[in-house]
Design a protein around this ligand. Sequence first.
Ligand code: CP
Length: 339
Amino acid sequence: MSSSDQTASTSFNAPDCSQIQLNEHGRLHHFLTPQNLSKDILTEIMDVAESFSSVANQAVKKVPVLRGKTIVNLFFENSTRTRTTFELAAKRLSADVININVATSAASKGESVLDTIRTLEAMQVDMFVVRHADSGTAHFIARNVAPHVSVINAGDGSHAHPTQAMLDMFTIRRVKKDFSKLKVAIIGDILHSRVARSEIHALNILGAKEVRVIAPNTLLPIDAKALGVTVFNDLESGLDDVDVVIMLRLQRERMHGALLPSENEYFDRFGLTEEKLAYTKSDVTVMHPGPINRGVEMAASVADGPNSVVLQQVTNGIAVRMAVMTLILGQNRQVVGAE
Ligand code: CP
């Protein structure tokens, strides 16, 4: 675990999660990053999510898939969407859910992350959902929990946000169907974005035709091209003919030093407006993981416009998180979608 969040720089060595995420049968045991997972696993997450999406329309929004399981939400960093949809997803699966309020927990008295985990583990929990400002924290916890306990990374520093990436892939698949035909542009603060990293991995695994990043050089990792993307520094060329646009928030809490001119100048060059949307395909899908800073990374008219699927992303997050928790903890994975 890094001691401070300098992780978006090229000096950050992402933890190798590939040895730890899968069990001896090649099934998900932890979900820390989409990197190095197979297309089959990512597709299975989306397929199971599809089967769960109708649960929200039932009179009783519950299925008994994880009855008797205990899931702990442990968010050391603030969240609205991720924490709430993980809680809803677990409750819809009939699991017992504990939300630890870190601000009022013994962490505020100096208890370490590991001691917090060991204390909660002594209460026979089955899964931790962890968000932390330091990259590698979820991986660190996964290496230190008991073998029967699983960890889902709900965002670690600038490293990964795998369930956000998967809900975005699920949203794209629902609208556009075939990844192999898609040009996808990710715009904004790539340097600090765990969402961008996980989306780039997922899009490449799923076979997207082209993944572009569009940003000023100060908000790009030096090794951006090594991530498997085409790099652009302006919207006019970067947005040309794209099918999907994913906007990112400027993550000021992770910025060290002056990486930007004013927000107004940033919006002029990289903010998505209706005029700039004209560079894309006419049926472009506009996405944002949230929270949105309207007038900084995108105009309100675009965020709320006909091409935006921002709120569908939020809704889809419940089904995707149900799918991930089920694939990890569910006892009868083959029939779970039929329940
Ligand atoms: N997209 C996302 O992670 O949002 P929250 O910070 O509200 O969870």
